[in-house]
Design a protein around this ligand. Structure first.
Ligand SMILES: [Mn+2]
Length: 394
């Protein structure tokens, strides 16, 4: 007999689907949140048949269970952990641990892609186009490579995963992978997924108007409340407000925080780790502890939401040679302009600020991080210019 304990997201359930394809009725699969894994491991060690082979995928046990699992391995040799989270790297010290964040060519891994390789290598499962395509979609979604590759099918697969129950999803996928030569959605699913995509877009648009900016320790974070679409939100909000170091998405009902960044120089798994969580460099999570509650909720609840830059301007544009006009909530006006080849300057309420910048981006980032400014609409820009002209005339 086999038992698989896996994560309850698409990548984790991808592992469950592969396990059922490989072992059929010989495997019992249990999906877990990060919080419930350790209880399941303890239950397994105390209650399951001692000859059962245990797989753990896409999640990692705590210190206590790490030790217990190693004892179990020393006695029976029947445990294999497969993961791709950076915070689980130390499990490679064990014979039963296989943790790989990226392949040699810099291609990011997912638990499903690693588990597939493992099952094929061990001859538990035969390679097949439909399965390989499914595994690749899961990998691209989980690593967010789908966006760069514009592989919308990967995004759709995750949307479908959340539209139906885990049991239905498993059953549908197993059936499809067994019978089809290539992986695809059926016509009904395609219609549903189109509608779902519109819904996600509207949800994100609303959240763009709710996010607040806050100094959080050494960083500047965007904070937003949301129960769903965390990855999509983290990515879209991160791009809209690129001056923020990371986005913290608070799920109050679940008492969890998701941390996302689009920047290579920020490691949100460190921040999550500080609050007892973990994950990837660009996507991590932790529980809403008392300390996290104070920093992310209590200290920020009074803050006003950020304002988006004006999007449909023809005149007040970023990088414009006439300068770009910004405003903050205190009605200060900032004109950002290029003084010469190397230097960008800022006038605050028509007085030159002392800071000198070497690029538009650097100066805009300074303004957004320190003054929470937004690019004003054309009509306000024109009004500003008219005032300047009037002033010069009389
Ligand atoms: Mn994963």
């Amino acid at each position: 007999m086999y038992k698989l304990l896996s994560h309850n997201d698409l990548d984790g359930v991808g592992c469950g689907i592969l396990a059922k394809l490989a072992f059929g009725k010989q495997v019992k699969v249990r999906y877990n949140s990060i919080g419930s894994l350790n209880r399941e491991i303890e239950f397994f060690l105390e209650n399951d048949h001692p000859e059962t082979f245990l797989f753990i995928t896409d999640l990692s046990p705590n210190k206590d269970n790490e030790k217990k699992l190693d004892d179990f391995y020393q006695k029976k040799g029947k445990v294999q952990l497969i993961d791709h989270h950076k915070t689980a790297i130390h499990f490679n010290e064990y014979e039963w641990g296989l943790v790989l964040v990226e392949e040699d060519e810099g291609k990011l891994t997912s638990a499903t892609s690693l588990f597939y390789q493992y099952l094929v290598e061990q001859s538990f499962l035969e390679e097949k186009d439909a399965i390989s395509e499914f595994v690749e979609l899961v990998r691209q979604y989980d690593t967010w490579e789908w966006e760069k590759n514009e592989n919308n099918q990967a995004h759709s697969l995750n949307s479908l995963f959340y539209l139906v129950s885990i049991e239905d999803f498993e059953e549908k996928m197993i059936d499809r992978l067994l019978t089809s030569e290539h992986f695809d959605f059926d016509e009904f699913e395609k219609k549903m997924l189109d509608m779902e995509e519109d819904k996600i877009e509207r949800y994100i648009r609303r959240k763009k108007r709710e996010i607040v900016q806050s100094n959080a320790g050494d960083y500047i974070a965007g904070i937003v409340y949301a129960e769903s679409y965390h990855s999509e939100l983290g990515n879209e909000l991160g791009k809209e407000y690129a001056h923020l170091d990371y986005i913290a998405i608070l799920n109050m009902g679940g008492k969890r925080i998701s941390l996302r960044t689009i920047h290579d120089h920020i490691d949100v798994s460190e921040i999550a780790g500080y609050f007892g969580g973990g994950g990837h460099q660009k996507a991590s999570g932790c529980s809403l502890t008392d300390e996290a509650y104070k920093q992310f909720v209590l200290d920020t609840f009074h803050l006003e939401p950020m304002q988006e830059d004006a999007k449909r301007n023809r005149y007040n544009l970023k990088h414009s040679s006439f300068g770009s006009l910004y405003k903050n909530r205190r009605e200060d006006i900032f004109l950002l302009y290029q003084a010469n080849e190397q230097h960008w300057l800022i006038e605050k309420n028509k007085t030159l600020m002392e800071q000198i910048f070497t690029s538009f981006e650097e100066s805009e980032q300074f303004l957004k991080r320190n003054y929470e400014v937004w690019l004003v609409r054309d009509d306000q820009f024109v009004e500003y210019l008219m005032n300047v002209v009037k002033h010069n005339k009389f």
